[in-house]
Design a protein around this ligand. Structure first.
Ligand code: PGA
Length: 252
């Protein structure tokens, strides 16, 4: 971590927690955040967003969605737009998660519209990028990251680039318990930062790049200590208050 950038620890609940469970979680987590210097957020299912915002009003806990449509409104059955999220008081949104890319056909082309649409609406986008096991084995990690980062940021003006959060999440590490080795995480995260630097050196110094993929209270201190890692996107270990709070503490 670099003191110039405020660390962000975001819990990605995926399709877990009802509204009642989300509220109980927030009540248990909030007292644990009183003395924390890091920014902390939960990325929660749509149905829990309004109750979470009620339960966390005036607190330092950010509330993020896990997806949005790139258009503000239209004939897109089942979708939710950035202005709808902003109206609720949502702070940000995960875009391009590998599960959305794999199971729901999310493309770099759609992300090229989603990232600026989120920013324009006032949401902090967490753009997820990362290579598969096969791509890493074939030595294609850099090529994959270059393509994903370049295309998704293509329409973001240089002066807004540092407002995007990028999460490097190797697909082989997501939900598998196979965390990236510290050298692998540092190398890839630094590469992502350098890709932003190809657009703007200033943005590269300010943009936050997170690591995600099997982060636990045990491995978080080492990952979060890496020079270019500005926080974590946490899946499984964010579902329990105890383990998420321990990861947050490691970032503080
Ligand atoms: P995991 O998920 O921590 O359970 O590996 C990370 C993610 O999908 O963001």
């Amino acid at each position: 971590m670099n003191p110039a950038r405020r660390p962000l620890v975001a819990g990605n609940w995926k399709m877990h927690k009802t509204a009642a469970e989300a509220q109980a979680y927030a009540q248990a987590l909030l007292p644990r955040l009183a003395t924390v210097g890091a920014e902390v957020a939960v990325c929660a299912p749509f149905t829990t967003l309004a109750p979470l915002i009620d339960a966390t009003r005036g607190s330092p806990l950010g509330v993020y969605a896990q997806n949005m449509h790139e258009q503000p409104a239209g004939a897109f059955t089942g979708e939710v737009s950035a202005p709808m999220l902003v109206e609720l008081g949502v702070d940000g949104v995960v875009v391009g998660h590998s599960e959305r890319r794999q199971y729901f056909g999310e493309t770099d082309r759609a992300l090229c519209e989603k990232v600026p649409a989120a920013l324009e609406a006032g949401l902090t986008p967490i753009l997820c990028v990362g290579e598969s096991e096969e791509e890493r084995a074939a030595g294609e990690t850099d090529r994959k990251l270059r393509q994903q980062v370049r295309e998704a940021l293509n329409r973001v003006p240089d002066e807004r680039l540092a407002s995007v959060v990028i999460a490097y999440e190797p697909i082989w590490a997501i939900g598998t318990g196979l965390v990236a080795a510290p050298e692998q995480a540092q190398e890839a995260v630094a590469f992502v930062r350098a890709l932003v630097g190809d657009r703007s050196r200033r943005a590269a110094a300010g943009v936050r790049v997170l690591y995600g993929g099997s982060v636990t209270p045990e491995n978080a201190p080492q990952l979060l200590a890496l020079e270019d890692v500005d926080g974590a996107l946490v899946g499984g270990a964010s579902l329990e208050v105890e383990s998420f709070a321990a990861i947050v503490k490691a970032a503080a």
